[in-house]
Ligand binder design. Sequence first.
Ligand SMILES: [Zn+2]
Length: 134
Amino acid sequence: MNGMYEELIEKLRKNNRMSGWTHIDRLMDDAIKAIEALQQENEQLQELAQAKAEGRLVVLSTPMIPLVESDDPMDSDVYCPACGVSVSGGWPDYHPDLEWKMCQCPHCGQSIDDTKTITREAAEKALGGVSDGN
Ligand SMILES: [Zn+2]
């Protein structure tokens, strides 16, 4: 991101020297967008640093994988993508005041994205073909 800012500033100086003020406004707009992007990135980094300092930062060992739905249309349960155990009712339902929550399979510890469901086949693909599947 810093390289983008420096490149824009260099273009700005070069154009200013070569052709007067004609492209300066557009380049300034680009520079401002780059600076705003840097500021946003900096705010996100500060937020992560604050979370780390307060002991709230967690890095998952593996990506979250959506819940698995059954192939049986009569089965409304959802299953862990890694071990295949039913996790229906395993944690509180979505609440609008919570942006997201962390869900882990109580049986195997797999991180689960409970906002989506996928097929068993898609789960096995997401796990790299490793699953003891049920
Ligand atoms: Zn599991």
